[in-house]
Write a protein that binds this ligand. Structure first.
Ligand SMILES: Nc1ncnc2c1ncn2[C@@H]1O[C@H](COP(=O)(O)OP(=O)(O)OP(=O)(O)O)[C@@H](O)[C@H]1O
Ligand SMILES: Nc1ncnc2c1ncn2[C@@H]1O[C@H](COP(=O)(O)OP(=O)(O)OP(=O)(O)O)[C@@H](O)[C@H]1O
Ligand SMILES: [Mg+2]
Ligand SMILES: [Mg+2]
Lengths: 254, 254
C-alpha cells in the first residue's frame, strides 16, 4: 500500500510544484512506482511534465465532482515513468462545487481508492491556499512535505500551516504526519537565507530534511521544456539535490 | 475620489505583497494620501508594516462579515504615512462566510465607502488564488497591477488571469481596467528572465510598466524589520525601483 504525500504550503512561490515534479521523477528513477496528483487549478505540475491541460479529455475535476473513472483521467507514458492525474483551470471554482457534495473533504481519498494499489508512492501538489482542494489533499494523505523558502514571510506563515495540519489531523485524518520540512531556493551567500535557516534548525531540527535544494536556474528552465530537471539536465545542481532528496526520502519514510 | 487598485496574480510568490507595501510607501512619500488593504489571510502586507495580526482588536474580517465599523479596523500612524486595513488568519475560511451574505462579491466595495474620500489612492494586496476574497478586491477596484516574475509558470498563468479579469468586468464591475503588468525579481543575467520578458514585450507591450523591479535582497530583508524597503533602506536598488514605479504610476494612472 503506497505512501500518499501532500506537498503543501499556503505561502506562494516556495517551490511546491518544483518539488512535486522533480521528487516524483527522482523516486521513479530509483524504482518506486510513482503517481503525481495535480490539485492546483494553475495546473503547473501538469505543465511541468509537458501536458497541456486544454488538450486533455478529462481532468481531476471530472473524477472529483462528476464521478468520471479515475482510469480515464490518468495520464501515463510520461518522462521518468511517472503517472499523472492532471489538473485543469475549471478547478478554480471547485470549492463551491465540492461543498455541495456528500463528504466534500474526502472525495480525493475515495477517488484514489481504485488505483492506489498500482503505486509505491503518491505525491500531491497543492495550490497556495488552505481551501477545500488542499483539505482534500490532506484528507487523502498519510505524509506531508513542507517546502520552505528561507525568507521572512514564509517563516511567518509556518505556524499557521502547522495549526491547520493539527486541525485536519484531529477532525478528518488521524494518520496524518509531517515527513519533513524542505529548504528550497537556498542561497548560502545571503544572510537572510542563513538567518532563517538557523531559526528552522533551532525550532524544527527533527523535522528538517538534511537535503537542501539550492537556487539553480535549470530548475526554472526545465518546465518550459516539459520535463523534470532530473530528466532535462540530470547533472545540474538542482537535479542532483532532488535525486539526493529522493534517496533520503526513501530511507526515512518509505 | 481615489483610484482603487488591485495588486493580483494567482501565481504564488511573484512579488504582490512586496509591490503593495513598497508602492504604497513610495506613493505616500510623494504626497498621495494612501490606504493599503490586506485581503490575504497570510496577512503579509500587515506584517510588512510591522503590525502583528494577533495584537489587533479587529481586522478586515470583522468589517466584511460582521459589519464592524471600518474606522475601528483601520490602523494609522505607520511608516511613510500609509494607513492600513489589516488582515488576520481568521480570514482563511472567508469564502464560505461570504457566500452566506447578501451580495457577497461587493462587500469590500461597500465597506470602503465610508473612508474612501480620505485618500487619493487605495491599494489592495490579494491572496495567490482566484477566490471570493480576490473577486471582492476586483469588485471594489477601478485599476489592476499584475506583478509578473519572468519565469515559465508565471507566464503560463497570465492568460487565465486575463480571462478572469474579463469575466469580472462583464459580470460585476464594468469600470475595471488593467493599469499595467510589472516585471519583478528581474535578473538580467538569466536567459530565462530575458526570454520571458521578450515575450511579454511582444504580446503585452502596451500594458508593461517601463519600470522593472530588480532582484534585490534588501526587499526581502525589509519585512523582518517591519518597514517597507523605501523606509528601511531608501538608497537600495529595490527601493529606488519602487520609487521610480510610483512616479511612473502617478504620471500614467493618477
Ligand atoms: N531551487 C530553485 N532554483 C531556482 N528556481 C526555482 C527553484 N525552485 C523553484 N524555482 C522557480 O521559482 C518559481 C516558483 O516555484 P514553484 O512554482 O515551484 O513554487 P510553488 O510553491 O509551486 O508556487 P505556487 O504557490 O504558485 O504553487 C518557479 O518559476 C520555479 O521554476
Ligand atoms: N524584487 C525582489 N528581490 C528579492 N526578493 C524579493 C523581491 N520581491 C519579493 N521578494 C521576496 O520574494 C518572496 C515572495 O515575494 P512576495 O511575498 O511579495 O510575493 P507574493 O506574490 O505576495 O506571494 P504570495 O503569492 O504568497 O502572496 C518574499 O520572501 C519577498 O520578500
Ligand atoms: Mg505550484
Ligand atoms: Mg503576498
Amino acid at each position: 500500500t503506497p505512501r500518499v504525500v501532500c506537498i503543501i504550503n499556503q505561502k506562494g512561490g516556495v517551490g511546491k510544484t518544483t518539488t512535486a515534479v522533480n521528487l516524483a521523477a527522482a523516486l521513479s528513477q530509483l524504482g518506486s512506482r510513482t503517481l503525481l496528483v495535480d490539485l492546483d487549478p494553475q495546473a503547473n505540475a501538469t505543465l511541468g511534465f509537458g501536458v497541456q491541460p486544454s488538450s486533455l479529455r478529462a481532468s481531476l475535476y471530472d473524477s472529483l465532482v462528476e464521478d468520471a473513472s479515475i482510469i480515464e483521467v490518468r495520464v501515463t507514458g510520461l518522462a521518468a515513468g511517472v503517472d499523472l492525474l492532471p489538473a485543469h483551470g475549471d478547478m478554480t471554482g471547485m470549492d463551491v462545487a465540492l461543498q455541495a457534495l456528500e463528504s466534500p473533504q474526502t472525495r480525493l481519498k475515495s477517488t484514489l481508492a481504485d488505483i492506489r494499489a498500482d503505486y509505491d508512492v503518491i505525491l500531491i501538489d497543492c495550490p497556495p491556499t488552505l481551501n477545500q482542494l488542499s483539505i482534500n489533499g490532506l484528507g487523502a494523505a498519510s505524509g506531508i512535505i513542507i517546502p520552505m523558502q528561507c525568507e521572512y514571510y514564509a517563516l511567518e506563515g509556518l505556524s499557521a500551516l502547522l495549526d491547520t495540519i493539527d486541525t485536519v489531523r484531529d477532525a478528518v485524518n488521524p494518520a496524518l504526519e509531517i515527513d519533513g520540512i524542505l529548504r528550497t531556493m537556498y542561497d548560502p551567500r545571503s544572510n537572510l537565507t542563513r538567518d532563517v535557516s538557523r531559526q528552522l534548525v533551532r525550532y524544527f531540527d527533527r523535522l528538517l530534511f538534511r537535503t537542501v535544494i539550492p537556487r539553480n536556474v535549470r530548475l526554472a528552465e526545465a518546465p518550459s521544456h516539459g520535463e523534470p530537471a532530473t530528466v532535462y539536465d540530470a547533472k545540474s545542481r538542482g537535479a542532483i539535490a532532488y535525486q539526493a532528496l529522493a534517496v533520503e526520502y526513501r530511507r526515512r519514510c518509505l
